[in-house]
Design a protein around this ligand. Structure first.
Ligand code: NAG
Ligand code: NAG
Ligand code: NAG
Ligand code: NAG
Ligand code: NAG
Ligand code: NAG
Ligand code: NAG
Ligand code: NAG
Ligand code: NAG
Ligand code: NAG
Length: 440
């Protein structure tokens, strides 16, 4: 019989016949762009400090103690290894903001328990909206890779959320204050909500991440954004495949110097700035963002920027706002392939406001400037036909220098029209019309 993991951990016994090979650190090849600051490149960790994480391996007994033990034991210079073929059950919230100079080699499967009562009282609250997370990842010089799986056991959450929209669903990977770190070669499955929420981070890289997790019941997996960035800079997201049903990537307030490249997104709401300006008295900044080489399939949008106007507005009963200020500046979307996407491009500064007269009477105090869309190709869905795009500013005084060039996108009927409000039509290589067809 296996001794308990507690006993093993205390006696510092390696797992019986732990026959393992450490994964090599993934090589990061940024394509097509290099980030503004070089990727982290720390010296290798000590090979004499490898902590193999013990597991009960039965799929339900909590292994959190062993995980924390290994992470503390090999922090600051060592390796932590989750063995291939093993399942590790996490039934307790983990504060991982102490990590530094560590390689975490995830070859096995880490699965969060399905105790929704426990998680709702113990997951980590983030100050943004109602975001909470199973664990809080922070610190510096942390590398997580290995080809293994992190599974949020989301089905129980999808079903519970359908019965009660106030269910606090944790995000799978919650980051607060992480710097100079890399997450690469990971398979993420069935997050209860967003797959990543990235707050207070700088110089971090996501590479070769595989995201999917469809619901198997009639209740769909809602709000499963791939990545949301918040109060973060120098974040690179690249070479990844995302199959979800909300934003593929979303830039929330104070996201700057973000590089998103070489993604395959299916089923999403596109790569989105915002929504911003939702709350009166706030100042939201999204600036210097490059989104390049994206293939976008079965989505509501390709490239999107959504800003609330200066009049109280409502998307729905539980999504209302308007009146916040700030700026969106220096945003580039390029080389996007569109396949069955409702709008290839959608800019609105009237988010939540169906009355465009009202939107224009109260122009948004959140400005939009210097936005480029170039080299888009493909075919939209039928949804807004004959439109393939929409560009809606609340006033030319608060929104300008928006350019779309080399846009070879057509609707299924062959049209390439765009709804334009307060635009310099000469800057848009699309046929502007005033045929407004709304947005979702
Ligand atoms: C939760 O997980 C346990 C152990 O794996 C399982 O027996 C149980 O059926 C699950 N409950 C739900 C609601 O999925
Ligand atoms: C980020 O840092 C700020 C300032 O230190 C802090 O108040 C906040 O709680 C942190 N986390 C989030 C999610 O903003
Ligand atoms: C957060 O939760 C509270 C209470 O459960 C709810 O009233 C509020 O609408 C939620 N906010 C968001 C942004 O979901
Ligand atoms: C992607 O999501 C769709 C819709 O939710 C689902 O039907 C499909 O099985 C998913 N693909 C994978 C690889 O999980
Ligand atoms: C964003 O940055 C601006 C300018 O520094 C600041 O006023 C604002 O409070 C920040 N917002 C958030 C959510 O951190
Ligand atoms: C674009 O992304 C695809 C993966 O989706 C990749 O195979 C290709 O090499 C990338 N092209 C460039 C120029 O980076
Ligand atoms: C893409 O999403 C559609 C539904 O939107 C689904 O039918 C299809 O299986 C998904 N493709 C992949 C590769 O998961
Ligand atoms: C605009 O953003 C790009 C990244 O797309 C960056 O290289 C450039 O320095 C930024 N320009 C300014 C003026 O901030
Ligand atoms: C898009 O969805 C359709 C069905 O809804 C599916 O057949 C197709 O494979 C999906 N595209 C991709 C790239 O997965
Ligand atoms: C839209 O707002 C304007 C200005 O406030 C108002 O006169 C008009 O009646 C509104 N239209 C609708 C359909 O509510």
């Amino acid at each position: 019989m296996k001794p308990s993991s507690l006993l093993q951990a205390l006696l510092l016994l390696p797992l019986a016949v732990a026959d393992y090979t450490l994964s090599p650190r993934p090589r990061l090849t940024p394509m097509p762009y290099n980030p503004r600051v070089p990727f982290p490149n720390p010296p290798p960790r000590s090979l004499s400090r490898v902590c193999v994480v013990n597991t009960h391996g039965d799929g339900f007994t909590d292994d959190t103690y062993s995980v924390l033990f290994a992470l503390h034991e090999c922090n600051d210079g060592g390796h932590v290894l989750f063995l291939r073929g093993e399942t590790y059950t996490i039934g307790s919230a983990m504060d991982l903001t102490f990590l530094k100079h560590i390689d975490i080699d995830v070859q096995g499967r880490i699965q969060f328990s399905n105790d929704t009562q426990y998680w709702q009282s113990n997951s980590f609250p983030f100050v943004f909206q109602n975001v909470t997370s199973f664990f809080k990842l922070g610190g510096e010089d942390v590398w997580i890779y290995g080809g293994g799986t992190i599974d949020g056991n989301g089905q129980v959450w999808y079903d519970e959320y359908a019965a009660n929209i106030y269910t606090l669903r944790p995000v799978l990977v919650g980051i607060d204050g992480l710097k100079d770190s890399v997450l690469s070669d990971l398979v993420l499955r069935h997050s209860p909500q967003y797959y990543h929420f990235i707050a207070n981070a700088s110089n971090i890289v996501f590479n070769n991440i595989d995201i999917a997790g469809a619901s198997t019941s009639k209740h769909s997996a809602k709000n499963t954004d791939g990545w949301d960035t918040y109060r973060s800079r120098d974040v690179t997201i690249m070479n990844s495949v995302i199959n979800n049903s909300d934003d593929c990537v979303s830039f929330k307030p104070n996201s700057t110097d973000i590089l998103v490249q070489s993604l395959f997104c299916n089923g999403s709401h596109g790569v989105s700035v915002g929504s911003l300006g939702q709350y009166v008295g706030t100042f939201d900044i999204v600036e210097s963002v490059m989104v390049s080489n994206i293939s976008m399939h079965n989505a509501s949008d390709g490239a999107r920027i959504k800003v609330w106007p200066n009049a109280p507005s409502a998307m729905s009963d539980d999504l209302q706002g308007g009146g916040g200020s700030g700026r969106v500046r220096n945003i580039t979307y390029e080389d996007m392939t569109i396949d069955n996407v409702d709008y290839a491009i959608e800019i609105t500064q009237c988010y939540g406001q169906r009355n465009l007269t009202l939107c224009q009477q109260y122009p948004s105090p959140l400005t939009i400037d210097d936005v480029v869309f170039r080299r888009f190709r493909g075919t939209t869905s039928r949804k807004y036909q004959p439109l393939v795009a929409t560009f809606a500013c609340s006033s030319p005084k608060v929104c300008g220098d928006i350019r779309a060039t080399d846009i070879n996108v057509v609707s299924p009927s062959g049209t390439s029209q765009a709804y334009c409000l307060n635009q310099e039509a000469a800057n848009l290589e699309l046929e502007c019309t005033d045929n407004y067809k709304g947005f979702r």
